[in-house]
Design a protein around this ligand. Sequence first.
Ligand code: ZN
Ligand code: ZN
Length: 404
Amino acid sequence: MKSAPSAPPIVFHNGTVVLPDKLLLDAAVVCEGDRIKRVGHLRTLPRGATLVDAKGGYIAPGFVDIHVHGGDGADFMDGTADAVRTACRAHARHGTTTIFPTTTTGSPEQLSAMLQACLEVQRSRTDDDGARLAGVHFYGPYFAPDKVGCHSQAGRRNPEAREYRRHFDTSIIRIATCAAELPGAEAFYREARKRGCLITCGHSNATWTEMARAFQAGMRHVDHFWCAMSSVASLRQRYGTPMQASMEQFVLANPEMSTEVIADGCHLAPELLEFAYRQLGPRRLCLVTDANRALDMPPGRYRFGCAADGEWIESDGRVGFVPGGGALASSVVGLDTMVRHMKAATTASLPEVIRMASLTPAERAGIADEVGSLSPGKRADVLVLNQRLQVKRVFLGGVAMAAS
Ligand SMILES: [Zn+2]
Ligand SMILES: [Zn+2]
């Protein structure tokens, strides 16, 4: 819902404003209706303004999560509007204001139900719905058989035009993943390019050559770096010698490629986060949660994917893992935790870390005109963080999220 035009302006003040390339000390952000109006130092406050005191903390853009499965007990693959809203509200509490619900592997019917539920929530949005749904990340089911990870193996298949055209026809898919080595992958990428999606390769054991062909077909991003992707060692197992370059080398060597990390402190050691930041820089590296339904839930067993038949995973409150096996099974924390960890674990500056959780994913997904930074004209998605980068207030389109 849009705020009435007569609503007083909102002024965020008494904080450090986080811009994509710098910090503005003791500055303000002025919002009118659902838009950001001005950013900078104010001599006088607009008349009748509603003041939001950042109390010496940070005024930051809302986060953008391009890879996320659920939270607060709900997985987007549950396929109901209720589940979608529950997960979107949970992530908003962690500072995510724009979200791309992400599919797992599953049957064509389960995927259709998920897409329809997301469409319903997008069309009938209210101020209580939490993170705004910018589109779906069509992620599973087109994974390589040997890189399915914690997803259901039964729900995996090769891309089939009749199926995916029907999914694309919903027009809600904005990000599309497929393992590059699968038969039909290039046709899938070309279709996704026609539909204007960010095209990504994930859960894949692709070689450099397969990545180069995928690139020709429009692929520009790789899902969760170092997780469920090829390496020189995995390709040696597939092809022997001479050893071949993998997805890792292809991304690092190609300036048009971007990727993402799960910076929860459990998936990747600090030196890998630092390496990714140094090699790729903040414009090619996104922070994602890849969170499952165990976010904000007590430790225990949960279904990953659809509540009916998703694979069982376990959460210890810090990370998800495969019961008994120890292999990791996506994260259970929000983007606020990723931001704090990335800041603590690497030499990236605060503007760079926040950029990786906001403007960079927005740019890659093609929505940076609308969200991703505190720029006049963009949607008033604004966070107040304290000095320890904990989320204190969340505003979505100029509307304060109710404290929970
Ligand atoms: Zn994955
Ligand atoms: Zn995932």
